[in-house]
Design a protein around this ligand. Structure first.
Ligand SMILES: NC(=O)c1ccc[n+]([C@@H]2O[C@H](COP(=O)([O-])OP(=O)(O)OC[C@H]3O[C@@H](n4cnc5c(N)ncnc54)[C@H](OP(=O)(O)O)[C@@H]3O)[C@@H](O)[C@H]2O)c1
Length: 274
């Protein structure tokens, strides 16, 4: 099976290239800009994929509040182009999405049938991408994940490692999500594409944590003694609203459950390059 992966240089793109056991053609933005319909068509003719995994995205959540058009061009129009191209070939597409499609106002883990209600441009643009893929290609896997980290790329854990030489580190303790090690997500996607069970899936590190708890766990594993001070969201105003509680769970069959998020952090700490 030939798998075409977009966004090859991102965290998930890197993980997919290492984890997938199939024939993988992974292309970065220079090789295939997903917003360019002509380029997408040319690549499909050349590569002749059997399945496409869209790991490309505009992921700068705060920047998206100002740069609404580029966010929609990549997260919605780019997804639509890939949905049209895969539908024309009658092949499946995996569209990776986010917990930011939810408002995060509840207090219970969110499953696949909870109703999205994004409160940021990023979340709304990703939901538009989901809808484009769902409506245009019946052979779709919508894979929502959260709080991604990997040894490749930029992420919260790397930022926290970089701040460890400060006298103290202040971290938000009233936002809860599901930290996810990108290779664990890549493994889940590999399992999914072996099935024909199309639909929406929540694939995120098992269990929930606040950013504060995540940082405490990371520092404990690294034996970093820097004090971690819990602070509220109100003390850290950001342009984009974050979901307060967006821990993801799954009830979708076949149940694909990722390892606990703590295992992902442990793998990150030993530099596991999957
Ligand atoms: N990061 C998270 O915490 C998180 C949480 C939930 C869901 N997700 C979702 O998970 C997926 C993977 O995220 P990630 O963390 O791996 O993202 P990432 O590290 O930011 O990588 C995204 C990649 O997409 C590429 N890209 C951007 N515009 C493109 C275009 N027009 N055509 C082709 N490629 C383009 C980027 O290339 P450039 O570097 O050249 O811009 C980048 O390499 C995304 O769908 C994201 O929305 C991420």
């Amino acid at each position: 099976m030939k798998v075409l992966v977009t966004g090859a240089n991102g965290q998930l793109g890197a993980a997919l290239q290492r984890v997938l056991s199939h024939d993988v053609v992974a292309l970065d933005r220079n090789e295939m800009d997903i917003t360019d319909w002509n380029v997408v068509q040319q690549v499909f003719v050349r590569v002749k994929p059997d399945v496409v995994i869209n790991a490309a995205a505009f992921t700068q959540v705060d920047v998206a509040e100002e740069e609404k058009t580029p966010a929609y061009q990549i997260n919605a129009l780019g997804a639509r182009n890939l949905a049209l191209a895969t539908a024309a070939l009658e092949i499946p597409i995996v569209q990776v999405s986010t917990d930011y499609v939810f408002d995060g106002l509840g207090h219970k883990p969110l499953h696949e049938y909870d109703v999205p209600n994004p409160r940021s441009v990023y979340g709304a643009s990703k939901l538009a991408g989901e809808q484009a893929v769902t409506s245009l290609n019946p052979q779709h896997f919508i894979v929502r994940t959260a709080w991604l980290f990997h040894v490749h790329g930029n992420n919260f854990l790397k930022t926290m490692c970089g701040l460890a030489d400060r006298p103290e580190v202040r971290v938000v303790s009233d936002q809860f999500g599901s930290p996810t090690f990108a290779p664990h997500l890549a493994q889940a996607i590999e399992q999914l594409i072996e099935t024909q069970a199309y639909g929406v899936y929540h694939c995120a590190g098992r269990g929930g944590a606040s950013w504060y708890e995540l940082t405490k766990h990371l520092y404990a594993l690294l034996k970093i003694k820097t004090p971690v001070v819990p602070v509220s969201t109100a003390e850290f105003p950001r342009p984009a609203e974050r979901p307060r509680y967006s821990v993801l769970t799954t009830i979708q069959e076949p149940r694909i459950v990722l390892p606990p998020w703590q295992e992902g952090v442990e793998s990150f700490v030993i530099g596991l390059d999957l």
